[in-house]
Design a protein around this ligand. Structure first.
Ligand code: UD1
Ligand code: CA
Length: 490
């Protein structure tokens, strides 16, 4: 967003100073995450879409943690500290002190109401400006209003005031129109009312909501925009609401990608962070988590039972039953089932990381395969390589990590250990069971297992009377009969 597109008469205040007692958490409420981002991050992101000239975030509880998260998302916001006086009204009063000369519209948002979209907010601001109201609040008519402030209307249907749950009479509590905690105020009307707020209520706090009643007492115009989709007003106060908000956000994200051309077979078990990107004609199968900055290119099939965190999945790749973090999966590559890709894994185009394979900080070249039962760490593998089942890179000697370098077109036997640091030259081969401690020159065959010696009759001599001895005896007499018959035939 460039400077000159900012709306000079719009300021956004985001309330994020509360402790969030009902979360019962060491982590401040607004830093709990849904869709891969803290609650307050979603609010900041939506606020930014409105291009306000000012954004002020009010902090107090765990202020350093919250401020760091806020400035991490939006370095341009102003963070202000609420004092010991409690309440949303006090929070806004402190926020306005950071905007002493501002005379436009103040949009107040709560850091714990994460699902509001920019269109809904723009509509509230638009309605406020069109009617030239002193205040416009966002309300919703819900089936279960418990916990929210109720919007009380007067005889002619206008907004009279807001009463908090804890201060409401039974009749007031029966009202199903709730205050969403989103308001637009004319700055000068708000500024003059905030110092008048009192704390003689059930929570002993300065309620921002009381400004509405004060404005009406002065005959100022107050309007309410009743939102059609009540789910956008969901406030997160406890862990159950956190999960509900996460589910609603995810449903929205899944639908957005479906409409953009992604096949998502089971939206209920597919979790996509708001920061992930999917190309058209990607297929996502059930029980799949696509997290953080993951990108998936067209034609790729991801899942079932897969978690990708900060991964790049190339065009047409197939990733099944896999857990991967900070990994790059090339075009046409296949991963899984049952693969574990740790940070720094780079699988080139048409490569394969197969079943029960763990990789870390390793590059696997074009068309190269690590198909079965392997650990590949701190390794560079060239092109056209095939590692036999059970390849292990022994990269750690108790003191330091060392690299294994495997050239192009190398084929290793089953059950090899590569004791790093070690290099395998281009085109080399290794025998089954080899423990490779020394470099292998290009084109060499490396063998490290002693030749096999068979001690004839050992079982019948040392384990007489066992089932094994009986089986051996049967096999040997059958072999003798066979040999005899063959001799006669010759
Ligand atoms: C508030 C409203 C209620 C509304 C609901 C909507 C008030 C008095 N009540 O209630 O009418 O229905 O939101 O979700 O405003 N905060 C501060 N400083 C404080 C206290 C709170 O910054 O001293 C912040 C919190 O961090 C939170 C937001 O303000 O982000 C709302 O506070 P919360 O305590 O959750 O208010 P509710 O009881 O939900
Ligand atoms: Ca709340």
């Amino acid at each position: 967003m460039t400077e000159n597109t900012l709306d000079p008469s719009l300021a956004v205040v985001i309330l994020a100073a509360g402790q969030g007692t009902r979360m019962r958490s060491a982590l401040p409420k607004v830093l709990h995450r849904i869709g891969g981002r803290p609650l307050v991050g979603h609010v900041l992101d939506t606020a930014r879409d409105l291009a306000p000239a000012h954004v002020v975030v009010v902090v107090r509880h765990e202020r350093d943690q919250v401020a760091e998260a806020v400035l991490g998302v939006s370095p341009e916001v102003v963070v202000v500290d609420q004092d010991e006086v409690a309440g949303t009204g006090r929070a806004v009063e402190i926020a306005l002190s950071a905007l002493p000369d501002f005379d436009g519209d103040v949009l107040v948002l709560s850091g714990d109401v994460p699902l509001l979209d920019a269109d809904t907010l723009a509509a509230v601001v638009g309605a406020h400006r069109a009617a030239a109201s002193a205040a416009t609040l966002l309300s919703a008519v819900v089936d279960e209003p418990t916990g929210y402030g109720r919007v009380l209307r007067d005889a002619d249907g206008g907004v009279a005031r807001i009463v908090e749950q804890k201060d409401a009479t039974d009749d007031e509590a029966a009202v199903r129109e709730i205050n969403a905690g989103v308001y637009v105020f004319a700055a000068r009307e708000l500024r003059t009312r905030l110092p008048l707020l009192r704390t003689d209520n059930a929570q002993g706090e300065k309620y921002l909501t009381d400004v509405i009643g004060l404005l009406r007492a002065d005959d100022r115009a107050v309007a309410a925009s009743v939102v059609a989709d009540v789910s956008v007003t969901l406030g997160v106060n406890d862990r159950a609401q956190l999960a509900e908000a996460g589910r609603l956000l995810n449903a929205r994200t899944v639908r957005r990608w479906q409409l953009a051309g992604v096949t998502i077979q089971d939206p209920a078990t597919t979790w996509i962070d708001v920061t992930a990107t999917l190309a058209p004609d990607v297929t996502v199968l059930p029980n799949t988590h696509i997290l953080r900055a993951t990108t998936v290119e067209t034609g790729a099939i991801v899942g079932p039972d897969t978690t990708l965190e900060d991964c790049e999945v190339g065009e047409g790749a197939v990733v099944r039953r896999t857990d991967a973090t900070l990994a790059v999966i090339g075009a046409g590559a296949t991963v899984g089932p049952f693969a574990y890709l740790r940070p720094g894994t780079q699988l080139a185009a048409r490569g394969k990381i197969g079943t029960f394979v763990e990789t870390k900080n390793s590059t696997i070249g074009e068309g190269s395969k690590v198909p079965h039962l392997s650990y590949i760490g701190d390794t560079t593998i060239g092109r056209g390589v095939n590692l036999g089942a059970g390849a292990i890179t022994a990269n750690y000697d108790d003191i330091a990590k060392h690299r294994t370098e495997i050239g192009d077109e190398v084929h290793s036997g089953s059950h090899n250990v590569f004791v790093a640091p070690v290099r395998i030259g281009d085109g080399a081969k290794t025998g089954a069971g080899a423990v490779i401690r020394k470099d292998v020159p290009p084109g060499a065959l490396a063998l490290s297992v002693t030749p096999q010696r068979n001690v004839e009759g050992w079982v019948e001599n040392h384990r007489p009377g066992t089932e094994a001895a009986a089986a051996a005896a049967r096999a040997r007499s059958a072999q003798k009969a066979d040999d005899g018959a063959q001799e006669q035939g010759d």
